[in-house]
Design a protein around this ligand. Structure first.
Ligand code: ADE
Length: 250
């Protein structure tokens, strides 16, 4: 039996949000739900409105200097983080915001080695600048602006959690994915039927020849990366023969 306390999970998530209800089905369904049941992951949802003062528990205020939109106040966030760090001084606190380091597979791998990650979700125009001094890292999921950090938090949780051994059934499929250890895009996948509206599955995949299949997949991954993401090729792990072969394909 797994001891399913948060402390025993391989990776603990704490999400600090004004909308914890957004995470309900996300953390209880499919990959995430199974991993939580297995005791590999734990998720603690914290509404930092609970740390705001006064009858109305106000968490936002007008920006100094004027302008549109509201700004998340520093005090409720500070109190929530103080309590979190009192309980676990090792926790790594990540602010989701468009100004953070952009998440990629390498950053996800780094985060998957942390035992306790707390994701702070901003809302409205943003957070009081002094919140940045209270967090360990800032992460963006891309160069676009969301209305809040919650959907970004789910992206980070999914990208990172699937790298924890045991969370995805076959660990091999995680290694083979796009941006795996060789930094290439994934090769094409097919399943039944063999022919669909005139489009055939490649014969090699039905040949039973495992070496030929592995070689075809490898070449497809290289071709796809060259066609779609030539910017990735420089960091890709490829042999001299593979680079020479790629040149011949043009
Ligand atoms: N909050 C708003 N936009 C965001 C983004 N692109 N990434 C992470 N958090 C955000």
């Amino acid at each position: 039996m797994n001891d399913q306390t948060a402390e025993n999970a391989v990776l603990r998530w704490t999400v600090l949000t004004l909308f914890p209800e957004l995470f309900g089905s996300f953390v209880s369904t499919s990959l995430f739900g199974r991993a939580v049941k297995k005791g590999l992951l734990s998720v603690d949802l914290v509404n930092f409105r609970d740390y705001a003062e006064g009858r109305h528990r106000v968490v936002d205020d007008d920006p100094y200097g004027g302008g549109s939109g509201m700004v998340i106040k520093v005090e409720p966030v500070a109190r929530a983080l103080d309590e979190l760090r009192r309980k676990d001084p090792e926790v790594c606190v990540v602010l989701l915001c468009p100004q953070g380091e952009v998440l990629d597979q390498q950053a996800a791998r780094g985060l998957s080695r942390v035992q306790h990650l707390a994701l702070l979700c901003g809302r409205y125009e943003g957070v009081d600048e002094r919140v940045r001094n209270l967090v360990d890292r800032e992460v963006s999921i891309g160069d676009f602006v969301l209305s809040g950090g919650e959907s970004a938090a789910m992206v980070v949780m999914e990208a990172v959690s699937r790298l924890v051994p045991g969370v995805v059934g076959a660990q091999e499929s995680v290694v083979d994915d796009s941006f795996g250890s060789d930094a290439l895009l994934d090769y094409p996948h097919y399943t039944r039927p063999r022919e669909f509206q005139g489009m055939e599955a490649p014969a090699v995949l039905l040949s039973g020849d495992h070496a030929a299949i592995a070689s075809w997949r490898r070449k497809q991954a290289i071709l796809r990366t060259a066609e779609r993401r030539p910017d990735l090729l420089a960091q890709a792990v490829m042999t001299d023969e593979e680079r020479a072969w790629l040149k011949e394909q043009k």
